[in-house]
Design a protein around this ligand. Structure first.
Ligand code: SIN
Ligand code: CO
Length: 376
């Protein structure tokens, strides 16, 4: 992947002062955002049953939310204002939109969730609300007025009985009109309210953070997959010192110790992190037999990473590649190479195969559909 820089933006100042703390407006951060996708192309994605989308309308002061896929007739019947269509994970399906991620390499890739794209007709809005995640709102075509409020808590009042979260009291403290290429960073839980001033597209680079409950759930699954029934609690002399009905502190510590011992198992932790970082929302396509991948490369084909799969690597002592939710042990250099290469072809094949472990790892990834033949 190539690295690009956001203009009028100081990365280290942003990470120290703004990330997860306060909003930031970046004027003219990215060029040529008007041509990325047309409203018609976005509507086409919203009609696709495999892609998550929604339509939010606000006609006659009534909020309505329709989950995708959106029928073509629904689009044809829409008036010329007060609606928004929003499509998730557009980066997985549209290469030009995925390329926006090249501007965000200053943040860990596993924290990125997806790029959601919205098209709003004049007056279109999804209401004043807050999200649990960091988001960079990149203005594509058209202009949108954004108002920002304060930070919300679980006690912040919402309008009752609506199909979506709408803040009951929203007080704007800042207001900005975004033009194509402008970027607004919004930290988690900050109230925001965007209204399209004309037909406009917004590209939301959204982040994610697993809840501790989710981490524990994955941990429990990884432990169950590994630990057998024969590894059991054992008494110590001290745990036997209590009264007949008492559970003493030493017994409690023995149980705590068992939990900590499992959490200290590097292999279990790697499985947990592989899932957290790279488990995707989309299933791999049907299995294709590509066991002859080397012959194919020599004949002129190329291998690329599947756009449906995510890749990360762990650089610690038990280095590993994470791909599509699974861990593959690999030297750091090879694991990083798999995350970064552009294409494998006859020209670079020999130098790649010279890396220890490369051939078997690539074969495993090809079999898992994480690496695929480039389509022409
Ligand atoms: C939108 O694109 O209309 C909404 C984006 C957001 O508020 O997160
Ligand atoms: Co939002």
């Amino acid at each position: 992947m190539s690295m690009k820089s956001i203009k009028n933006f100081d990365t280290s100042e942003f990470l120290a002062e703004f990330w997860q703390k306060q909003p930031l407006l970046i004027r003219g951060g990215i060029d040529n955002t008007e041509q990325l996708l047309t409203a018609e192309e976005l509507a086409g994605l919203a009609c696709d049953g495999d892609i998550e989308s929604r339509l939010v309308t606000h006609f006659d002061n009534q909020w309505e939310l329709i989950h995708g896929p959106i029928a073509e007739e629904t689009f044809l019947k829409l008036p010329n204002r007060d609606w928004t269509v929003l499509v998730q994970s557009v980066d997985v399906f549209v290469q030009e939109v995925a390329a926006l991620l090249d501007y965000f390499t200053f943040l860990p890739s596993w924290r990125i969730d997806d790029i959601m794209v919205s098209y709003a007709a004049t007056g279109g809005t999804v209401s004043a609300h807050y999200d649990f995640y960091d988001v960079f709102l990149i203005q594509g075509q058209g202009s949108r007025k954004w108002q920002l409020g304060g930070f919300c808590t679980p006690d912040t009042a919402l309008v009752p009985d609506l199909p979506m979260n709408v803040l009951a009291d929203f007080h704007a403290v800042d207001e900005y009109t975004l033009q194509p290429g402008d970027i607004l960073y919004i930290p988690p839980r900050l109230a925001h309210y965007g209204v399209a001033l004309e037909g406009c597209m917004t590209y939301s680079v959204g982040f994610r953070a697993p809840s501790k409950a989710q981490i524990f759930d994955l941990f429990a699954t990884a432990v169950m997959a590994k630990a057998g029934d024969d590894d059991r609690y054992e008494d110590t002399r001290g745990s036997l010192n209590g009264k007949h009905f008492e559970i003493n502190q030493e017994t409690m510590e023995r149980v705590r110790h068992a939990i900590i011992e499992l959490a200290n198992d590097e292999d279990v932790l790697l499985s947990v992190m592989a899932e957290i970082s790279t488990k995707g929302k989309f299933s791999a396509p049907d299995y294709q037999d590509l066991s002859d991948w080397k012959t194919r490369l020599k004949a002129g084909s190329a291998i690329v990473r599947s756009p449906l799969c995510r890749f990360n690597y762990y650089s610690g002592p038990s280095s590993a590649l994470f791909a599509d939710g699974l861990k593959y042990s690999a030297p750091t250099e090879l694991a990083e190479f798999i995350c970064r290469f552009d294409r494998l072809n006859s020209e670079n094949l020999d130098s790649i195969l010279a890396m220890a472990g490369a051939e078997s790892l690539i074969s495993e990834l090809v079999e898992a559909n994480c690496l695929v033949m480039e389509e022409h």
